[in-house]
Write a protein that binds this ligand. Structure first.
Ligand SMILES: Nc1ncnc2c1ncn2[C@@H]1O[C@H](COP(=O)(O)OP(=O)(O)OP(=O)(O)O)[C@@H](O)[C@H]1O
Ligand SMILES: Nc1nc2c(c(=O)[nH]1)N=C(CO)CN2
Length: 164
């Protein structure tokens, strides 16, 4: 049995359709889906804005590697290519947490190390799980509160779009 938090991102092509492809790919194990957010790019800033969202998923059969593999299969379905670190992509599925699992394996770092600094993950996650805790780092809502205002403001909820 495991429960995972997944971050979805897209900034190439039909961004909403790619996020929906991912949501459909997890529909059998879906617990909750956030709203869709339009977000300013971080890392490589000279690229189009992203759509981001978070899924909470749970399955009696899955371990952390199963979540990673299913996400990677969906990235392939979205014809994702790997050209540049932090560069444009049709679909990114990151495993943010799996229960309290800690992993230093470079193929699956858990919790995902970028999480405390990424408003694009923390804001949608706090929306679906207001009491959530990032293992070892504290409450997600408090981590959000520590980010610079302009980063949080760069994560804009799209009221006219929905994942499901
Ligand atoms: N928690 C994780 N979730 C998803 N992939 C991970 C995780 N930890 C390590 N990886 C590994 O990261 C590798 C590269 O992933 P990817 O190209 O999506 O990185 P990125 O999205 O550009 O950067 P970042 O991981 O900082 O968001 C994959 O081969 C995958 O095995
Ligand atoms: N706003 C935003 N910026 C990014 C994102 C993302 O999901 N959202 N993902 C990246 C590579 O993982 C690089 N930059």
């Amino acid at each position: 049995m495991s429960r995972a938090v997944l971050s979805l991102g897209s900034n190439v092509g039909d961004r909403l359709e790619y996020l929906r492809l991912a949501a459909r790919g997890f529909s059998d194990v879906l617990v909750a889906a956030s709203a869709v957010y339009e977000t300013a790019p971080w890392g490589v800033t000279d690229q189009p804005d992203f759509l981001n969202a978070v899924l909470v998923v749970s399955s009696p059969e899955f371990d952390e590697w199963d979540w990673l593999r299913r996400g990677q299969r969906l990235e392939q379905e979205a014809e994702r290519t790997r050209e540049q670190r932090w560069g444009p992509r049709t679909l990114d599925v990151d495993v943010v947490t799996v229960d309290d699992v800690r992993s230093g394996d470079p193929e699956l770092l858990l919790p995902h190390p970028g999480t405390p600094e990424r408003a694009t993950v923390l804001v949608p996650w706090a929306e679906v799980e207001p009491e959530a805790v990032l293992p070892g780092r504290g409450r997600v809502s408090e981590l959000c509160g520590r980010l610079p205002d302009e980063e949080v403001a760069g994560v804009r909820r799209c009221r006219d779009l929905s994942l499901l």
